[in-house]
Design a protein around this ligand. Structure first.
Ligand SMILES: C[S@@+](CC[C@H](N)C(=O)[O-])C[C@H]1O[C@@H](n2cnc3c(N)ncnc32)[C@H](O)[C@@H]1O
Length: 276
């Protein structure tokens, strides 16, 4: 599939995004890249709430699907700022040229409101591109004692190979932010979503912007509970998913349709027995 070249676009909150002119898709909604990162991803996955909890872990593990400009990463850093909790992030990106374009854009057009988080993300991504093989295995330092692991390549392949360096319950949060399912389907495939579900820890949350019935059914078929995500700007609600948390529910008729569809999407007992 043809990617890029990347064209810079300013969004309504003053933050910049990149348009993949090959696909005709921008990385963010025109309402605001930074707003979307905070309100669609960092907020609904409750990173700050968990980092401030009495029983907060020493680190929260985040899977960031589609590194892009790193806005979502910056919002995740903001969420744990001032807490005792470090952020350990695995970020998946098919195309290093989007990160290079983002780094240039950031150097020219930093957003004052986000700079404290955007700058360390830019530095970590630049260092990761410089020596990708080392960065992929050892990670690059993030403020607060965390680490960023950039995995370049098709996310379906990189995540299939993923193993934890030391045993752990899994990812605490997933930002699922590929291009739209109709235009760029690979990262919405049943197998990839199933792999994500396998890697999610108890009590974890996934957030995505799409309200696609097919995607929701696939998340259910992967064994996740599926609920409504927030509306951001003028956009319709997105989708949240979790292995075990109660979520704002979809309307019952819609839910019944999705359950039937999930059965079709994923044959076998695993998806069905964990459906709620
Ligand atoms: C909507 S943008 C992500 C925006 C980003 N989350 C941010 O905060 O700026 C989608 C990204 O997914 C990447 N992508 C698309 N297909 C991919 C694949 N198969 N594997 C890994 N990354 C992919 C694109 O190159 C693009 O950078």
């Amino acid at each position: 599939m043809e990617n890029g070249p990347w064209e810079a676009l300013e969004t309504e909150d003053g933050s910049w995004t990149l348009l993949d002119s090959g696909l005709g898709q921008a990385c963010h909604a025109r309402e605001g890249a930074w707003t979307e990162a905070r309100e669609r991803y960092a907020g609904p996955t409750r990173l700050r709430e968990r980092a401030l909890a009495e029983d907060a872990p020493a680190c929260l593990r985040l899977l960031d699907v589609g590194t892009g400009l790193g806005w979502n990463l910056a919002a995740a850093l903001e969420a744990v700022q001032g807490t005792e909790c470090a952020l350990e992030v695995v970020t998946l990106e098919r195309d290093p040229s989007v990160i290079e374009a983002a780094l240039e854009l950031h150097a020219r057009q930093p957003l004052a409101a986000a700079e404290a988080f955007q700058r360390p993300v830019a530095e970590a991504l630049a260092a990761s591109l410089e020596d990708h093989a080392a960065a992929r295995m050892q990670g690059v330092a993030l403020p607060g004692g965390g680490r960023l692991y950039l995995w370049l390549g098709d996310g379906r392949e990189t995540l299939a190979d993923f193993t934890w360096p030391t045993p752990c319950p899994g990812f605490d949060a997933v930002f699922l932010d590929p291009f739209s399912p109709g235009v760029d389907p690979p990262l919405w495939e049943v197998g990839f979503l199933g792999r994500i579900a396998e890697l999610m820890a108890p009590g974890s949350l996934l957030s995505t912007y799409t309200a696609s019935a097919r995607v929701r059914a696939r998340l259910m078929a992967a064994g996740l509970i599926v609920g409504l995500g927030p509306r951001v700007g003028g956009k319709a609600e997105g989708t949240l998913a979790s292995p075990d948390l109660a979520l704002a529910s979809l309307n019952p008729k819609r839910l019944a349709q999705l359950r039937r569809r999930a059965g079709d999407e994923f044959e076998g007992p695993r998806g069905l027995e964990r459906m709620h």
